[in-house]
Design a protein around this ligand. Structure first.
Ligand code: ZN
Length: 249
């Protein structure tokens, strides 16, 4: 047994001696002139394990062509917000909740596209003489007509800039219809829309429009579960309107 240990010890010593001998044989002093020194290879760190990406919220889309880098300002009213609930369905769903959700998303998308966009309350103080490149108020139709589905867009009846505002309305209709697949309800545009109070408060040179996103009964799935689509459609409409305004900016 001891003999085995001694044998192993001797074997170990022999190995160490062999190691040091082979190490000294490769020292730079033994290199022939002209041979470059071996470059030291840095020990590379083991790459950090990448973390599993956190589930992110739905990314805010950017829409091309983006009207940036021209500075644009856009005001978005979340209908009834900070004033009243708006239409209320029998099960308690409030119009103001839908409007605020969609309006906030529209503002976020516009900001992601380099636009100075702000969220405004229904009777925000800033509305008096409000100046912007576009102004859109977001509302939703009640639960009162369960058979009705579709959206509406209108501008003030007595517009100071009818051509421009008609173009804003047209862009919103196109963008929203494409994104949501909802039908445009031309015939149910009401006095409340064309004589909307904020139209009389904002600067007459600010292109303004009001949209009714859909009906809270028939279009509920879109309005509550796919509000990102509704917001995307409005943002796309505004962006295409602004692109067309580039020459006038
Ligand atoms: Zn409303």
């Amino acid at each position: 047994m001891i003999g085995l240990f001694v044998f192993a010890f001797v074997l170990g010593i022999g190995y160490v001696v062999w190691l040091s001998a082979s190490a000294s044989s490769s020292t730079p002093s033994q290199l022939t002139p002209g041979t470059s020194l071996p470059t030291r290879v840095k020990a590379t760190r083991t790459p950090r394990p990448t973390r599993t990406p956190r589930p992110t919220q739905t990314p805010i889309p950017t829409i091309t062509p983006s009207p940036a880098p021209v500075h644009w300002k856009v005001g978005i009213v979340a209908g009834h917000w900070q004033n009243d609930p708006g239409a209320v369905c029998p099960d308690g769903l409030q119009e103001a909740t839908i409007n605020l959700d969609v309006a906030s998303r529209v503002v976020a998308i516009l900001q992601a596209n380099g636009i100075e966009a702000e969220l405004l309350a229904e009777f925000a103080e800033q509305l008096g003489g409000y100046r912007a490149d576009a102004f859109v108020s977001i509302h939703t139709d009640s639960c009162e007509f369960p058979d009705l589905s579709g959206f509406k867009v209108a501008r003030v009846a007595s517009s100071a800039i009818p051509t421009v505002e008609d173009r804003l309305v047209g862009c919103l209709i196109q963008g929203y219809a494409q994104a949501t697949d909802l039908a445009f309800h031309k015939d149910t545009i009401t006095f409340d829309m064309t004589e909307y109070h904020a139209f009389w408060e904002i600067d007459p040179a600010t292109p303004g429009a009001i949209i009714e996103l859909g009906f809270m009964d028939a279009d509920r799935a879109l309005l509550t579960e796919h509000s990102d689509l509704a917001a995307f459609g409005i943002a796309r409409g505004i962006l295409s309107f602004l692109s067309g305004e580039l020459g006038n900016h």
